[in-house]
Design a protein around this ligand. Structure first.
Ligand SMILES: Nc1ncnc2c1ncn2[C@@H]1O[C@H](COP(=O)(O)OP(=O)(O)OP(=O)(O)O)[C@@H](O)[C@H]1O
Length: 603
């Protein structure tokens, strides 16, 4: 509801201290001045304030924002705010995105940018800032977008060392001198409308190299028929092989579904293991809190359906006689008992709503089994990439947000285990399911660490691993952050981490997104299925920025997972679940989505 007058707004601001989000999407002229608006409470839990295009005039009063000490996202764009760059912003040390474009701010930029260690987007375009760009901007090591276009900035452009920067726009200012070496990777349009040395601005200014698209060597290109040929050929061959194996295996026995027992290669050995369990030796090891009641015999007898073959083995859906359904993973490689059992103990004792619980395991020399709950909706991969036919229900933006938030929380929890050293090592959409509240839930924990050394690197999660993970033993928490970033890009684009484009080139998603974003910050990266949902563009852009921050090339440039949780939670200004990363409850504040107005970032 629009605020009726300034009193109503003040009243609102005084009462939001229990809220974490302040968003206001009003079309009112009744409260068109920021002056006099102060927050009397310490609103230190608010992480996002978006007040774009609401008609604010004048300068932002001291103390209004400096109390918002947890603020991560501030959008005051498209108002008529004036005065110098608000000095109290320096207190907002957690800011990741600052949008002040299309106002009347003037004076110089702050001399010291070092306060904003997490800043990812800075858009001050279409104001009247003057003076030079301080070299302290180089301290913003997470910056992915720097937009200072259409101001009155002057002097030489400093040699900014910003390795994460994807978007730069310094056009239509009064800069002189040369484009510094560090920024020559950006297109000439980023510097147009200045008085820069023409030598530097000539068309020879190297455009941003599009490393995303693999070299257009004919021999390397997989044309559609070739891909189809491989896929169909592979499918036919695979189908024939599977059929042959199944016929051999089941020919003597009836029944549509198999059993795990039947699928187990060394059946006799497993059965031996099972029967020995009845003499007090090994059997399934269940974890605390698990109310499943079956033994290995039951499991092996259960009617089983192959769900798929993964990197480390085969997953079966097993329907037990008491109508319980579980998933059994049968590992294909041999692994030492001690390593396996130790890892299972760590994993099996993790209980978190965003981590799929390991219910039980079994170890014998010949067989290693892991038992999980069955997630009937399938993985996020299926939800995103299942054939896009007419009867498929598209995954809407809210669901994607929940998947992202849940997955982030789950990974952050994992990273907090075993003295903050635990790594997942195989984050990808086929290992993410939905918990009962529809939030992402991470599965397959623990396998990468014990199994990776046994599996050829080429088989490992293609497209999800960062450049430094050439050897699968090098997975780290930073590489999990990268994989999570790829997952975010997958949720935003609807594309697989490695996919074929319309022109039949095989494309690496991270590189493709980088190349599109570098050229111009455009909505083209987003999944067409998302475009029909109104007013989500700003959230998607924010999520894109987070994704790009996570897939930074250098591991030490990537944020910690705990920071990522906060960033992802900050994208959404409504209730994001039962357990926010910060303490306390999040009220179900569901204001209308902010209308996206003209922005120099979103075209
Ligand atoms: N608990 C589960 N509930 C429902 N489906 C599952 C479950 N666990 C795995 N699956 C599905 O079974 C298939 C095989 O899973 P598996 O984990 O073995 O391989 P993967 O996820 O494709 O690759 P990786 O082994 O690298 O994780 C996948 O499609 C996966 O989404």
């Amino acid at each position: 509801e629009p605020f009726e007058d300034k009193e109503a707004l003040l009243d609102f601001l005084d009462n939001i201290n229990h809220s974490r989000y302040l968003n206001w999407d009003v079309q009112t002229s009744a409260c068109n001045s920021w002056t006099g608006v102060t927050c009397n409470h310490d609103n230190s839990r608010i992480i996002a304030v978006r007040l774009p295009g609401v008609g604010f005039r004048g300068s932002i009063p001291v103390n209004t924002l400096s109390r918002l000490s947890a603020l991560q996202i501030l959008s005051l764009r498209s108002n008529s705010l004036s005065g110098p760059f608000p000095s109290e912003f320096a207190n907002l040390g957690d800011l990741t995105s600052l949008y002040l474009q299309s106002n009347n701010f003037n004076g110089s930029l702050p001399a010291d940018f070092s306060a904003w260690k997490s800043l990812s987007v800075l858009d001050l375009s279409y104001n009247d800032f003057s003076g030079s760009i301080p070299s302290s901007v180089s301290n913003l090591t997470h910056l992915t977008a720097l937009v200072l276009a259409n101001n009155s900035l002057s002097g030489n452009i400093p040699d900014l060392n910003l390795p994460s920067l994807q978007l730069l726009d310094l056009s239509n200012n009064d800069f002189t001198g040369n484009v510094p070496n560090s920024l020559q990777r950006f297109p000439g349009s980023a510097f147009a409308g200045n008085r820069l040395s023409p030598a530097n601005l000539s068309p020879s200014l190297p455009p941003v190299p599009p490393p995303s698209i693999p070299p257009k060597k004919k021999s390397l290109k997989l044309r559609e028929p070739a891909i189809l040929g491989i896929v169909i050929g592979g499918c036919v061959l695979g189908f024939l092989l599977i059929a042959a194996v199944l016929i051999m295996r089941y020919s003597k026995k009836e029944g549509k579904n198999g059993t795990i027992e039947k699928s187990v290669k060394k059946e006799a050995s497993v059965r031996k293991g099972a029967s020995s369990s009845q003499h007090g030796e090994r059997n399934l090891v269940f974890f605390e809190g698990c109310n499943l009641a079956f033994d290995l015999e039951d499991l092996l007898r259960a009617s089983a359906e192959v769900l798929g073959k993964g990197t480390f083995g085969t997953a079966y859906k097993a329907a037990l006689e008491d109508s319980t359904t579980v998933v059994v993973k049968r590992l294909k490689e041999s692994v030492g008992r001690k390593d396996f059992e130790q890892q299972m103990e760590v994993v099996g004792n993790i209980r978190h709503e965003n981590v799929a619980p390991l219910r039980a395991y079994y170890y014998s020399k010949e067989e290693k089994l892991m038992v999980y709950d069955f997630y009937s909706q399938g993985s996020a991969s299926v939800m995103l990439h299942a054939k896009r036919s007419a009867d498929r229900i598209p995954l809407d933006w809210d669901s994607r947000l929940r998947i992202a938030i849940g997955a982030a929380r789950g990974i952050a929890h994992i990273h907090g285990q075993t003295g903050g050293k635990l790594v997942h090592g195989n984050i990808k959409s086929s290992n993410i399911f939905l918990n009962s509240q529809g939030f992402g839930c991470i599965s397959d924990l623990g396998l990468a660490t014990i199994m990776s050394p046994l599996v050829p690197p080429v088989m490992r999660a293609a497209g999800y691993q960062p450049p430094e993970v050439t050897d699968s033993r090098k997975v780290s928490q930073a590489s999990d952050v990268y994989s999570f970033g790829v997952l975010l890009l997958e949720l935003l684009t609807g594309k697989s981490p490695i996919h074929a484009t319309g022109t039949n080139e095989v494309v690496h998603l991270v590189r493709w997104v980088h190349s599109v974003v570098r050229e111009e910050w455009t909505a083209e990266v987003f999944d067409v299925e998302l475009l029909k949902y109104p007013n989500i563009e700003e959230e998607m852009v924010e999520m894109l920025q987070i994704g790009l921050t996570c897939v930074a090339r250098m591991p030490d440039q990537r944020p910690k997972m705990s920071q990522v949780v906060k960033m992802v939670e900050g994208v959404r200004r409504v209730n994001t679940g039962t357990r926010p990363s910060s303490e306390g409850s999040t009220p179900n504040l569901t204001p209308p989505m902010t209308e996206i107005r003209s922005s120099s970032i979103i075209h």
